[in-house]
Design a protein around this ligand. Structure first.
Ligand code: TLP
Length: 352
């Protein structure tokens, strides 16, 4: 009997499992009713996150989607306009929640190849005070940028974007689901990357490997108002220190190792770039996400063939596929992935 080989799951860093230390901390967490702000472990996580991010306050939420939704609903009210990138997660992957639940209008600006929004285009999208226009309330930036292959955006851009927005009375929200990846890639403290934004959310449940959870941060006033919105959307939880305990372990033990994921992603991208029928620029891989195009073949069929051979990837629409490196994926898995990809791409099967 042959031993079955392990599937290499590169669909996302959301597939990560908690570390043994997290599981222990979760089992032993001191808890209370967070609906009454009584959970000491949640309070510790929120205080620690706020300190790390250099913000006045922070709040635990169930997911990145909830973090963005609550932030947008705290910034704006029905009929207000929010500027988002046309390739942003908020626009494309959050079920239109800000519009459906909050009545916010999402105004799209083209996303550049490096994940930024061109500031001249942003300025052109900001409404003048005319009677017939919605009020532009907020500018959203995503760092790292998911659909732009995990590109990082440096503090210089954040500062220019914030001063443009501030000049027109707009706030800035950062979808920083993977902001710790950006901090590691740029070798800058995370607080420096977020100092110019009014609010941000980051995920504990992606590269940081927690089972559940994200954190929203901003001024004390913002977080106080956001707590009310969180409750409105059903996100006030009770003995949630069980989850926050994993978050504390993640902030202590899982940030520095993101560098391994970035090295593995670079190795993957450079290997893929030498295979026939793949279009990928290894220089554009800053962090743990490799988005690439399949040329002259159907991307869905290639994804299925990879999966049958033991490598799971995610589809990004059209010819685009995505592989994401994370805790649990080793250098040897990358080499195995490249071997499998080569076999799949050089196969003469008519299905491909
Ligand atoms: N992204 C997921 C999918 O939804 C695409 C993934 O596999 O990458 N902001 C960004 C930039 C994200 O990439 C994600 C998740 C979220 C927000 C939402 O986080 P969750 O899944 O916790 O709601």
């Amino acid at each position: 009997m042959t031993t079955p080989t392990r599937t290499i799951d590169l669909r996302s860093d959301t597939v990560t499992h908690p570390t043994p230390e997290m599981r222990r901390a979760m089992a032993e967490a001191e808890v209370g009713d967070d609906g009454w702000s009584d959970d000491p472990t949640v309070n510790r996580l929120e205080a620690r996150a706020a300190e790390l991010l250099g913000k006045e306050a922070a709040m635990f939420v169930a997911s990145g989607t909830m973090g963005n939704l609550v932030s947008l609903l705290t910034h704006g009210t029905r009929g207000d306009e929010v500027i988002v990138g046309d390739e942003s997660h908020i626009l494309l992957h959050e079920v239109g929640g800000a519009s459906a639940l909050g009545g916010l209008v999402l105004r799209q600006v083209q996303t550049e190849a490096n994940g930024t929004l061109d500031l001249d285009r942003v300025e052109a999208a900001i409404r003048t005070p005319g009677l017939g226009f919605p009020t532009t309330r907020l500018l959203c930036i995503e760092n790292t940028h998911n659909r732009r292959s995990g590109r990082v955006i440096g503090p210089w851009y954040m500062s220019d974007a914030a001063s443009l927005a501030g000049g027109f009375g707009l706030a800035v929200h950062l979808d920083g689901a993977r902001i710790f990846n950006a901090s590691i890639a740029l070798d800058l403290p995370v607080a420096e990357l977020v100092q110019d934004v009014d609010s941000l959310s980051f995920c504990l449940s992606k590269g940081l490997s927690c089972p559940i959870g994200s954190v929203v941060a901003g001024t004390s006033d913002f977080i106080q108002r956001a707590r009310k919105i969180r409750r409105m959307v059903g996100g006030a939880m009770r003995q949630v220190g069980i989850l926050a305990a994993a978050g504390l372990v993640a902030l202590d033990t899982m940030v520095d190792r993101l560098k391994d994921d970035h090295d593995n992603a670079r190795r993957l991208a450079s290997g893929l770039s030498s295979l026939p029928g793949m279009r990928v620029d290894p220089e554009a891989v800053d962090t743990n996400i490799v988005v690439f195009a399949v040329v002259n073949r159907d991307a869905g069929t290639v994804a299925d063939a990879l999966e049958n051979a033991g490598v799971r990837v995610s589809r990004m629409g059209g010819p685009m596929l995505r592989m994401v490196t994370h805790y649990g994926i080793e250098e040897s898995d990358i080499d195995r992935t490249l071997e499998i990809a080569e076999t799949v791409l050089t196969s003469r099967s008519s299905a491909l």
